[in-house]
Design a protein around this ligand. Structure first.
Ligand code: PDD
Length: 301
Protein backbone atom coordinates (compact mmCIF):
# COMPACT_ATOMS: atom_id res chain seq x y z
CA UNK A 1 0.00 0.00 0.00
CA UNK A 2 2.89 2.34 0.97
CA UNK A 3 0.81 5.57 0.74
CA UNK A 4 -2.29 5.89 2.93
CA UNK A 5 -4.32 8.89 4.01
CA UNK A 6 -6.73 9.68 6.81
CA UNK A 7 -9.27 12.36 5.86
CA UNK A 8 -11.33 13.57 8.82
CA UNK A 9 -11.01 10.23 10.57
CA UNK A 10 -11.62 8.10 7.45
CA UNK A 11 -8.82 5.89 6.21
CA UNK A 12 -8.50 5.95 2.41
CA UNK A 13 -5.94 5.08 -0.25
CA UNK A 14 -4.20 7.66 -2.42
CA UNK A 15 -6.85 7.60 -5.18
CA UNK A 16 -9.69 8.29 -2.74
CA UNK A 17 -7.92 10.98 -0.69
CA UNK A 18 -9.92 14.00 -1.85
CA UNK A 19 -10.96 17.38 -0.45
CA UNK A 20 -13.76 19.70 -1.59
CA UNK A 21 -12.77 22.60 -3.85
CA UNK A 22 -14.75 24.75 -1.38
CA UNK A 23 -12.27 23.95 1.39
CA UNK A 24 -10.63 27.22 2.40
CA UNK A 25 -7.33 25.35 2.49
CA UNK A 26 -7.69 24.98 -1.29
CA UNK A 27 -9.35 28.34 -1.97
CA UNK A 28 -7.10 30.51 0.20
CA UNK A 29 -4.25 28.36 1.52
CA UNK A 30 -5.83 28.76 4.96
CA UNK A 31 -4.36 26.01 7.03
CA UNK A 32 -1.33 24.72 8.90
CA UNK A 33 0.74 21.56 8.70
CA UNK A 34 3.53 19.51 10.21
CA UNK A 35 6.01 17.07 8.72
CA UNK A 36 7.22 14.27 10.98
CA UNK A 37 9.30 11.19 10.34
CA UNK A 38 9.74 7.99 12.26
CA UNK A 39 12.90 6.54 13.77
CA UNK A 40 12.62 2.82 14.43
CA UNK A 41 8.91 3.14 13.59
CA UNK A 42 8.21 5.81 16.22
CA UNK A 43 7.02 9.31 15.13
CA UNK A 44 9.93 11.49 16.28
CA UNK A 45 9.17 14.31 18.76
CA UNK A 46 5.42 13.95 18.23
CA UNK A 47 4.57 16.14 21.24
CA UNK A 48 6.74 19.01 20.01
CA UNK A 49 5.17 18.80 16.53
CA UNK A 50 1.71 18.90 18.08
CA UNK A 51 2.64 21.95 20.16
CA UNK A 52 3.91 23.77 17.06
CA UNK A 53 0.83 22.72 15.05
CA UNK A 54 -1.46 24.17 17.70
CA UNK A 55 0.64 27.33 18.02
CA UNK A 56 0.48 27.81 14.22
CA UNK A 57 -3.29 27.19 14.24
CA UNK A 58 -3.77 29.70 17.09
CA UNK A 59 -2.15 32.41 14.97
CA UNK A 60 -4.85 31.79 12.34
CA UNK A 61 -7.58 31.53 15.00
CA UNK A 62 -8.07 28.05 13.58
CA UNK A 63 -9.55 25.50 15.99
CA UNK A 64 -8.02 22.00 16.15
CA UNK A 65 -10.90 20.18 17.84
CA UNK A 66 -9.14 16.82 18.10
CA UNK A 67 -6.96 15.71 21.04
CA UNK A 68 -3.29 14.86 20.52
CA UNK A 69 -4.05 11.26 21.55
CA UNK A 70 -6.63 10.95 18.75
CA UNK A 71 -4.24 12.45 16.19
CA UNK A 72 -1.55 10.03 17.41
CA UNK A 73 -4.02 7.17 16.96
CA UNK A 74 -4.87 8.27 13.40
CA UNK A 75 -1.17 8.60 12.54
CA UNK A 76 -0.42 5.08 13.76
CA UNK A 77 -3.47 3.58 12.07
CA UNK A 78 -2.60 5.29 8.78
CA UNK A 79 1.03 4.15 9.01
CA UNK A 80 -0.01 0.59 9.77
CA UNK A 81 -2.41 0.53 6.80
CA UNK A 82 0.45 1.75 4.60
CA UNK A 83 2.68 -1.05 5.90
CA UNK A 84 5.02 1.50 7.49
CA UNK A 85 6.63 1.75 10.90
CA UNK A 86 7.71 -1.90 11.13
CA UNK A 87 10.63 -3.94 9.77
CA UNK A 88 12.77 -0.86 9.20
CA UNK A 89 10.18 0.81 6.94
CA UNK A 90 10.36 4.39 8.22
CA UNK A 91 7.47 6.77 7.53
CA UNK A 92 7.08 10.34 6.32
CA UNK A 93 4.02 11.81 8.02
CA UNK A 94 2.29 14.99 6.85
CA UNK A 95 -0.40 16.33 9.15
CA UNK A 96 -2.67 19.09 7.79
CA UNK A 97 -5.44 21.14 9.34
CA UNK A 98 -7.40 23.55 7.15
CA UNK A 99 -10.27 25.96 7.78
CA UNK A 100 -12.62 23.46 6.17
CA UNK A 101 -15.47 23.71 3.68
CA UNK A 102 -17.50 26.93 3.44
CA UNK A 103 -18.79 29.72 1.22
CA UNK A 104 -16.48 31.60 -1.15
CA UNK A 105 -15.91 34.26 1.47
CA UNK A 106 -13.09 35.14 3.85
CA UNK A 107 -15.52 34.88 6.75
CA UNK A 108 -14.46 31.82 8.80
CA UNK A 109 -17.99 31.64 10.21
CA UNK A 110 -19.01 29.83 7.02
CA UNK A 111 -16.59 26.96 7.84
CA UNK A 112 -17.95 25.08 10.86
CA UNK A 113 -15.59 22.10 10.70
CA UNK A 114 -11.83 22.16 10.09
CA UNK A 115 -10.46 19.51 7.75
CA UNK A 116 -7.87 17.22 9.34
CA UNK A 117 -5.67 15.08 7.10
CA UNK A 118 -2.85 12.64 7.83
CA UNK A 119 -0.72 11.51 4.87
CA UNK A 120 1.80 8.72 5.40
CA UNK A 121 4.30 7.48 2.83
CA UNK A 122 7.75 5.90 2.96
CA UNK A 123 10.45 8.19 4.32
CA UNK A 124 13.20 8.78 1.76
CA UNK A 125 16.63 9.90 2.95
CA UNK A 126 18.44 12.65 1.07
CA UNK A 127 20.93 11.07 -1.38
CA UNK A 128 23.98 9.60 0.40
CA UNK A 129 26.24 12.00 -1.54
CA UNK A 130 24.50 14.95 0.14
CA UNK A 131 26.10 13.79 3.42
CA UNK A 132 29.45 12.58 2.06
CA UNK A 133 30.15 15.41 -0.42
CA UNK A 134 27.83 18.19 0.78
CA UNK A 135 25.34 20.15 -1.35
CA UNK A 136 25.21 23.40 -3.29
CA UNK A 137 22.53 25.89 -2.30
CA UNK A 138 21.48 29.11 -3.99
CA UNK A 139 20.92 32.49 -2.40
CA UNK A 140 17.71 33.44 -4.19
CA UNK A 141 16.12 36.79 -5.01
CA UNK A 142 12.74 35.89 -3.47
CA UNK A 143 12.62 37.32 0.08
CA UNK A 144 11.19 35.33 2.96
CA UNK A 145 7.80 36.70 4.01
CA UNK A 146 7.82 39.78 6.23
CA UNK A 147 6.75 38.66 9.75
CA UNK A 148 4.06 41.36 9.61
CA UNK A 149 2.61 39.64 6.54
CA UNK A 150 2.33 35.83 6.61
CA UNK A 151 4.67 35.26 9.55
CA UNK A 152 7.23 32.53 8.74
CA UNK A 153 6.86 31.31 12.34
CA UNK A 154 3.51 29.85 11.21
CA UNK A 155 3.97 26.48 9.50
CA UNK A 156 1.34 27.45 7.01
CA UNK A 157 -0.11 25.55 4.05
CA UNK A 158 0.19 28.85 2.23
CA UNK A 159 3.57 27.90 0.75
CA UNK A 160 3.81 30.14 -2.31
CA UNK A 161 6.72 32.12 -0.80
CA UNK A 162 8.69 28.90 -0.20
CA UNK A 163 7.73 27.39 -3.55
CA UNK A 164 8.88 30.48 -5.49
CA UNK A 165 12.17 30.54 -3.58
CA UNK A 166 12.80 26.82 -4.08
CA UNK A 167 11.85 26.93 -7.76
CA UNK A 168 14.44 29.68 -8.35
CA UNK A 169 17.07 27.46 -6.67
CA UNK A 170 16.02 24.39 -8.67
CA UNK A 171 16.38 26.35 -11.93
CA UNK A 172 20.01 26.94 -10.91
CA UNK A 173 20.51 23.24 -10.15
CA UNK A 174 20.80 23.86 -6.38
CA UNK A 175 19.63 21.53 -3.62
CA UNK A 176 17.95 24.27 -1.56
CA UNK A 177 17.14 27.97 -1.62
CA UNK A 178 18.66 30.26 1.01
CA UNK A 179 16.32 33.18 1.61
CA UNK A 180 17.02 36.65 3.02
CA UNK A 181 14.52 38.62 5.07
CA UNK A 182 13.24 42.12 4.27
CA UNK A 183 16.27 43.60 6.11
CA UNK A 184 18.64 41.70 3.80
CA UNK A 185 19.79 39.28 6.52
CA UNK A 186 19.86 35.54 5.99
CA UNK A 187 16.64 34.06 7.39
CA UNK A 188 16.39 30.37 6.50
CA UNK A 189 16.07 28.01 3.55
CA UNK A 190 12.84 27.35 1.65
CA UNK A 191 12.36 24.02 3.47
CA UNK A 192 14.96 24.00 6.23
CA UNK A 193 16.92 26.09 8.70
CA UNK A 194 20.48 27.23 8.08
CA UNK A 195 23.60 27.28 10.26
CA UNK A 196 27.17 28.44 9.71
CA UNK A 197 30.25 27.51 11.72
CA UNK A 198 32.81 30.23 12.42
CA UNK A 199 35.85 29.79 14.68
CA UNK A 200 34.38 26.66 16.23
CA UNK A 201 30.96 28.18 17.01
CA UNK A 202 27.77 27.11 15.26
CA UNK A 203 25.57 30.12 14.47
CA UNK A 204 22.01 30.34 13.20
CA UNK A 205 19.74 33.34 12.56
CA UNK A 206 17.55 34.42 15.50
CA UNK A 207 13.78 33.82 15.39
CA UNK A 208 13.43 37.59 14.96
CA UNK A 209 15.00 37.21 11.48
CA UNK A 210 11.62 35.75 10.44
CA UNK A 211 11.83 31.99 10.19
CA UNK A 212 10.15 28.75 11.11
CA UNK A 213 11.46 27.57 14.46
CA UNK A 214 12.52 24.15 13.24
CA UNK A 215 12.14 21.22 15.58
CA UNK A 216 15.40 19.81 14.22
CA UNK A 217 17.04 23.21 14.89
CA UNK A 218 15.73 23.14 18.47
CA UNK A 219 16.77 19.51 19.06
CA UNK A 220 20.21 20.22 17.59
CA UNK A 221 20.74 22.99 20.19
CA UNK A 222 20.18 20.33 22.86
CA UNK A 223 22.47 17.84 21.12
CA UNK A 224 25.20 20.50 20.69
CA UNK A 225 25.10 21.25 24.42
CA UNK A 226 25.46 17.52 25.16
CA UNK A 227 28.49 17.09 22.90
CA UNK A 228 30.10 20.41 23.82
CA UNK A 229 29.74 22.28 20.52
CA UNK A 230 29.08 25.99 21.21
CA UNK A 231 25.91 27.05 19.37
CA UNK A 232 24.02 30.32 19.43
CA UNK A 233 21.69 32.59 17.50
CA UNK A 234 23.30 35.48 15.64
CA UNK A 235 22.36 37.76 12.75
CA UNK A 236 23.96 36.33 9.61
CA UNK A 237 24.61 38.40 6.48
CA UNK A 238 25.84 37.38 3.01
CA UNK A 239 29.49 38.06 3.94
CA UNK A 240 29.20 35.82 7.02
CA UNK A 241 27.76 33.05 4.89
CA UNK A 242 30.41 33.31 2.16
CA UNK A 243 33.20 33.57 4.76
CA UNK A 244 31.97 30.69 6.96
CA UNK A 245 34.29 27.82 7.87
CA UNK A 246 31.38 25.39 7.51
CA UNK A 247 27.70 25.57 6.72
CA UNK A 248 24.78 23.17 7.01
CA UNK A 249 20.99 22.97 6.90
CA UNK A 250 18.57 21.15 9.17
CA UNK A 251 15.11 19.68 8.74
CA UNK A 252 13.02 16.75 9.85
CA UNK A 253 13.44 14.81 6.63
CA UNK A 254 17.11 15.68 6.03
CA UNK A 255 18.54 15.88 9.56
CA UNK A 256 21.85 17.79 9.14
CA UNK A 257 23.08 18.28 5.55
CA UNK A 258 26.50 19.85 4.89
CA UNK A 259 26.51 22.83 2.51
CA UNK A 260 29.78 23.21 0.56
CA UNK A 261 28.82 25.89 -1.99
CA UNK A 262 26.49 28.85 -2.12
CA UNK A 263 26.12 29.54 -5.86
CA UNK A 264 29.71 30.17 -7.03
CA UNK A 265 31.08 30.66 -3.49
CA UNK A 266 32.93 27.69 -2.03
CA UNK A 267 32.36 27.38 1.73
CA UNK A 268 35.42 26.61 3.86
CA UNK A 269 37.43 23.71 2.45
CA UNK A 270 34.69 22.81 -0.04
CA UNK A 271 34.08 19.57 1.89
CA UNK A 272 31.69 18.77 4.76
CA UNK A 273 33.28 20.30 7.87
CA UNK A 274 34.28 18.39 11.03
CA UNK A 275 31.81 20.17 13.32
CA UNK A 276 28.97 19.60 10.84
CA UNK A 277 29.79 15.89 10.68
CA UNK A 278 30.10 15.66 14.47
CA UNK A 279 26.66 17.28 14.85
CA UNK A 280 25.16 15.00 12.18
CA UNK A 281 26.42 11.87 13.92
CA UNK A 282 25.38 13.10 17.36
CA UNK A 283 21.96 14.11 16.04
CA UNK A 284 21.35 10.65 14.57
CA UNK A 285 22.41 8.90 17.77
CA UNK A 286 20.24 11.17 19.95
CA UNK A 287 17.26 10.81 17.60
CA UNK A 288 17.33 7.02 17.92
CA UNK A 289 17.78 7.23 21.69
CA UNK A 290 14.82 9.64 21.86
CA UNK A 291 12.69 7.26 19.76
CA UNK A 292 13.24 4.57 22.41
CA UNK A 293 12.02 7.01 25.11
CA UNK A 294 9.00 7.97 23.01
CA UNK A 295 7.86 4.37 22.74
CA UNK A 296 7.38 4.53 26.50
CA UNK A 297 5.58 7.92 26.26
CA UNK A 298 3.12 6.50 23.74
CA UNK A 299 2.08 3.81 26.13
CA UNK A 300 1.27 6.58 28.64
CA UNK A 301 -0.48 8.92 26.17
N1 PDD B 1 10.15 21.64 6.28
N2 PDD B 1 12.00 26.16 7.63
C1 PDD B 1 11.03 25.87 6.74
C2 PDD B 1 10.51 26.97 5.87
C3 PDD B 1 10.52 24.56 6.65
O1 PDD B 1 9.55 24.27 5.78
C4 PDD B 1 11.06 23.55 7.49
C5 PDD B 1 10.56 22.14 7.48
C6 PDD B 1 12.08 23.91 8.39
C7 PDD B 1 12.67 22.89 9.35
O2 PDD B 1 11.73 22.53 10.33
P1 PDD B 1 11.78 21.11 11.07
O3 PDD B 1 13.14 20.96 11.58
O4 PDD B 1 10.75 21.24 12.13
O5 PDD B 1 11.44 20.06 10.02
C8 PDD B 1 12.50 25.22 8.45
C9 PDD B 1 9.45 20.39 6.29
C10 PDD B 1 10.32 19.21 6.55
C11 PDD B 1 8.65 20.29 5.00
O6 PDD B 1 7.95 21.24 4.73
O7 PDD B 1 8.73 19.27 4.33
Amino acid sequence: MSVMVNVNGRLVDKEHAVISVFDHGFLYGEGVYEVLRTYDGVPFLFDRHMRRLRASADRLLLPVPVADAEIDRRVRETMAAAGLGADGREAYIRLLVTRGVGEISYDPASCPDPTIVVITKPHVDAPATAYTDGVTVSLVSVLRNHPGSVNPIIKSNNLLNNALGQQEALRKGAFEAVMRNYRGEIAECAQSNIFIVKDGVALTPPVDAGLLVGITREFLFEVAREVGVPMREQVIRDVDLFGADECFLTSTTREVVPIVRVDEHVIGSGKPGPITLQLLRAFQAHARAQAAVETTNTVRR
